[in-house]
Design a protein around this ligand. Structure first.
Ligand code: UDP
Ligand code: MG
Length: 187
């Protein structure tokens, strides 16, 4: 079965998780947050990757694609028959993109990239105030995450942009306004 996939990218705190939850509710798309899958794997008893994942999350660096892609693929297999998947926070760098293409080409139909764009200073203050209890929502980790985003993830968005796959929605606005624009892309 070929799965429809929409990649959802944007800086930390741009609203990817919030918007994906709403799409999942209204359309038959399953939200797969790469970060959430990695956090679950970090917690899983017997996981051989716990310490490695923890190190990357704290430092704002990016887990090798073999781990992340496998978690995404397993989650897709487990979901069964749905309209598609929102792959949130992935691919984040060249390694992610190449590993995904090597493993998933032919298994997925990439519809478009939803790019939630938001000024970084606003993103950082959202993360510091969202109170999700994440170990990486502190000033030091956030600085590192933003450096990684600017140097590694933004170039991936530019890469997709060149092939006309990016749909940008400005996400500095209230959630309902952002979501109203997002809905048009899925209807
Ligand atoms: N992460 C990763 N690969 C991924 C997604 C996340 O290595 O494909 C790690 C990375 O260290 C990142 C952290 O998980 O900084 C948190 O990612 P998440 O997407 O949850 O953060 P967000 O960008 O949504 O705030
Ligand atoms: Mg997130």
């Amino acid at each position: 079965m070929v799965h429809n996939v929409v990649f959802v990218l944007g800086p930390p705190g741009s609203g990817k998780g919030t918007i994906c939850a709403k799409i999942q509710e209204d359309f038959n798309y399953i939200h797969l947050s790469a970060g959430d899958l990695l956090r679950a794997e970090r917690q899983r008893e017997g996981s051989e990757f716990g310490a490695l994942i923890e190190g990357h999350i704290t430092n704002g660096t990016i887990v090798p694609v073999e781990i992340t892609c496998k978690l995404l693929e397993n989650a897709m297999k487990a979901a069964g028959d749905v309209r598609g998947f929102l792959v949130d926070g992935f691919p984040r760098n060249q390694n992610n993109l190449e590993g995904w293409n090597a493993e998933m080409t032919g298994k997925v139909d990439e519809k478009f990239v939803l790019y939630l764009s938001c000024p970084v200073d606003i993103c950082i203050s959202r993360c510091l105030n969202r109170g999700q209890g994440r170990t990486d929502d502190n000033e030091e980790s956030l600085k590192k995450r933003v450096v990684t985003y600017n140097s590694q993830t933004f170039p991936i968005i530019e890469h997709f942009e060149k092939s006309g796959q990016v749909r940008e929605v400005k996400s500095e606005r209230p959630v309902e306004e952002v979501y109203a624009d997002v809905v048009k892309l899925f209807s």
